[in-house]
Design a protein around this ligand. Structure first.
Ligand code: BYC
Length: 312
């Protein structure tokens, strides 16, 4: 079969809603796009442990500490599912991790902002995990089987993450004036970066058209961002918090909450490595990788021993 015919059959399968599995034929470009996107996603989960990990020793109670520990461990698990999904496309995870540590791979812009107080933990769960759920619920329907299945599992855990965050936010919002001030300050700092998680406007998104044709993405960056805003405004109102946007208003005709322009200069600066915490995050990842070396070596030695044929 020539390439053109194979592409037509491949696209017809996607059109019928069939999942593409690792051993199926796929265009090289589809494989490359998936490796790019899944590996960036895996890196985001792993780097995403750092901002919250920073507050584990300062959790206000044992219960809060246990919940946060469980959440951060879940993020590590998400990274592992996603590196596994990327490996089904014929790439080795050590190569992908090498790219991250060399500063050549992207990961979500959101994790390059600092966590200053306990309120940030609530707001990250509410807004950052909330944004991730909107994006990942769409990706759970992606045409590539291993990615979509990883997303189904991850979304279940993200729902728990979002609820724990919103519960912290709601508790602080009805707490002392100082707690209320802290949580409002965290919302003020995390709102815009959360909107940036969805990526550039559709008109400035070079990958969207191809990813949507192949149903890796089934909704555009702007559509998902709007959905997130529509879901989040009533949640903010319910706990008496203000979203920091003077242009936020409800449009009766479209049923959407309109919002002000995003600071794209800041977004691209962060994506290019010049955000408030990019250097610290990479430094922490490199140190953790180095410190974990003996664990990887021991695991590899154990696996080799188990697979050695028994003497005699
Ligand atoms: N940050 O053509 P576009 C989590 C890049 S972790 C950095 O629209 P695409 C959690 C983009 O990569 C959740 N870079 O791209 C964990 C592209 O550059 P390249 C993380 C960004 O792929 C711990 C260029 O800009 N979620 O939930 O069509 C604790 C042009 O963009 C960003 C995922 O990774 C950004 N925000 O759409 C708590 C979801 N946005 O690669 C929570 C999976 C764009 O061409 N990924 N760029 O050099 C996706 O859904 C899509 O890749 C995106 C971007 C919507 C992010």
């Amino acid at each position: 079969m020539d390439d053109q015919k194979q592409i037509q059959e491949f696209e017809a399968r996607i059109e019928r809603g069939e999942k593409i599995e690792p051993k199926d034929w796929m265009p090289e470009r589809y494989r490359r796009q998936l490796i790019r996107m899944i590996s960036q996603h895996a890196h985001s989960e792993v780097v995403g442990m750092l901002p919250e990990g920073n507050l584990i020793t300062r959790a206000p109670s044992l219960k809060r500490k246990l919940v946060l520990l469980a959440k951060v461990q879940d993020e590590a698990g998400h990274g592992l599912y996603l590196y596994c999904a990327a490996e089904t496309l014929g790439v080795d995870r050590s190569e992908l991790i090498g790219q991250l540590l060399a500063g050549k791979a992207k990961y979500s812009s959101i994790f390059n902002y600092p966590t200053l107080t306990w309120a940030d933990i609530g707001v990250i769960g509410w807004l950052v995990d909330g944004a991730a759920i909107v994006n990942q619920t769409m990706l759970a329907k992606a045409s590539y089987g291993p990615y979509s299945r990883a997303m189904i599992r991850i979304c279940k855990e993200e729902n728990f993450h979002k609820r724990q965050g919103y519960e912290i936010v709601a508790t602080m919002a009805k707490g002392t004036p100082e707690q209320k001030r802290m949580v409002q300050d965290a919302v003020n700092r995390w709102w815009q970066p959360s909107l940036m998680m969805f990526g550039p406007h559709d008109t400035d998104s070079p990958n969207s058209a191809e990813l949507m044709r192949w149903q890796v993405k089934t909704k555009s960056n702007d559509e998902l961002r709007q959905r997130f805003v529509n879901l989040t405004v009533p949640q903010a109102q319910a706990v008496g918090l203000t979203l920091p946007d003077p242009d936020l208003r409800y449009n009766d005709e479209t049923g959407n909450w309109e919002f002000g322009e995003i600071d794209w200069e800041e977004f691209w600066a962060v994506v290019r490595g010049n955000g408030p915490m990019n250097k610290e995050r990479m430094q922490a990842r490199r140190e953790a990788h180095q410190e974990g070396r003996w664990v990887r070596e021991a695991a590899e030695a154990y696996a080799r021993k188990r697979h050695q044929p028994k003497a005699g």
